[in-house]
Design a protein around this ligand. Structure first.
Ligand code: ADP
Length: 309
């Protein structure tokens, strides 16, 4: 049986405008690499971290917490070492913690001969994700594990739906280099919403799902609206309104906060438009003194993958 595996664990966009805590999609060209190794000494050890300064203690690192949750469930006659090569900046809003939480359990599952299915892996990863966001949610985890667009229908019991991806859909991301903690971004949210707002929001979620199934780009445009969370969270992101306006002017189908921010994403029909949207977003931030980076990505329909085993 295999002793070591190297994997690519992708970045993801959660919420997707109207689908707070339930919708997400997987990015293609941004992600962490991880090596998971089966060893005779029992337990979970994080032996190497590169890219960003993160805790080595298994119970303080999301990769370790999700790994421990699965390890305790299966109680194998071996241990695991985890190496993390981080490309996704923690706290950037594109699922940095989710990529780590998913990577360790996916790798261990492969080395153990795949005793668990993707939904069960998401369950263990949720335990890790809870360490950084202080709540168990799977909107970044599900697209990282399943790929494409996912809808977390419920977390108890965990019920994940895979939604088709229209072939011409591309994402554009801008990451202003400021940090917003997921826990802070959750605290700013209202405790209650009006029935009128809730009705408008679930109409948008329903129509977005229909639009993704039917590749109806005009309907995607009409559905990518968040009237509940964005008005609060955008206050944490400088120049959010300007970026959104510029992205839509450049032809984006929609533009909203990625996860809990500060990254902002746009979806476009065709790569050419996605690149124009990237340029428009850059123009806004280049007039400020905030550092930023941008990229355009295909939607990754495979999700997490093995690089070497
Ligand atoms: P993101 O949405 O980018 O995942 P979060 O705020 O949810 O950002 O998570 C980042 C927080 O989780 C940081 O405080 C970071 O120190 C902590 N953390 C612990 N382990 C990891 C890990 N392996 N990868 C990323 N963040 C981690």
């Amino acid at each position: 049986m295999k002793k070591e595996i190297k994997i690519f664990s992708p970045a993801t966009v959660a919420n997707v405008a109207c689908g707070f805590d339930v919708l997400g999609f997987c990015l293609d060209n941004k992600g962490d690499e991880m090596v998971i190794r089966k060893v005779s000494e029992k337990g979970i050890r994080i032996t190497h971290i590169e890219g960003y300064d993160l805790p080595y203690e298994a119970n303080k690192n999301v990769a370790g917490v999700s790994a421990l949750s699965m390890y305790e469930n299966i109680n194998p006659d071996c241990g695991f070492e985890i190496e993390i090569y981080k490309n996704i900046k923690p706290g950037s809003g594109i699922g940095s913690s989710a990529a780590s939480a998913v990577g360790s359990v996916f790798g261990m599952n492969e080395l153990l001969g795949k005793p668990y299915n993707k939904t069960q892996l998401t369950y263990f990863a949720m335990k890790g994700e809870a360490l950084s966001s202080k709540s168990e949610h799977a909107d970044n985890l599900a697209p990282a594990i399943f790929g494409g667009f996912t809808l977390v229908k419920s977390t108890l019991p965990l019920d994940i739906l895979q939604i088709p991806k229209p072939s011409e859909l591309y994402a554009t991301l801008i990451h202003p280099q400021i940090e917003i903690k997921t826990s802070d971004a959750r605290e700013i949210l209202p405790k209650q919403v009006s029935l009128k707002d809730a009705t408008a929001q679930w109409a948008n979620v329903g129509s977005l799902i229909h639009a993704l199934h039917t590749s109806d780009y005009k309907l995607i445009h009409r559905s990518l609206q968040d009237i509940i969370v964005e008005p609060f969270r955008k206050q944490l992101i400088p120049h959010f309104d300007d970026v959104k306006f510029a992205a839509l002017e450049a032809g984006a189908l929609g533009c909203a906060i990625s996860g809990s921010g500060p990254s902002i994403f746009a979806l476009s029909q065709g790569k050419e438009t996605a690149l124009k949207v990237e340029n428009a977003m850059q123009m806004v931030y280049s007039k400020t003194n905030i550092e930023f980076n941008t990229f355009v990505s295909d939607i990754n329909i495979k999700g997490i993958k093995i690089l070497k085993s």
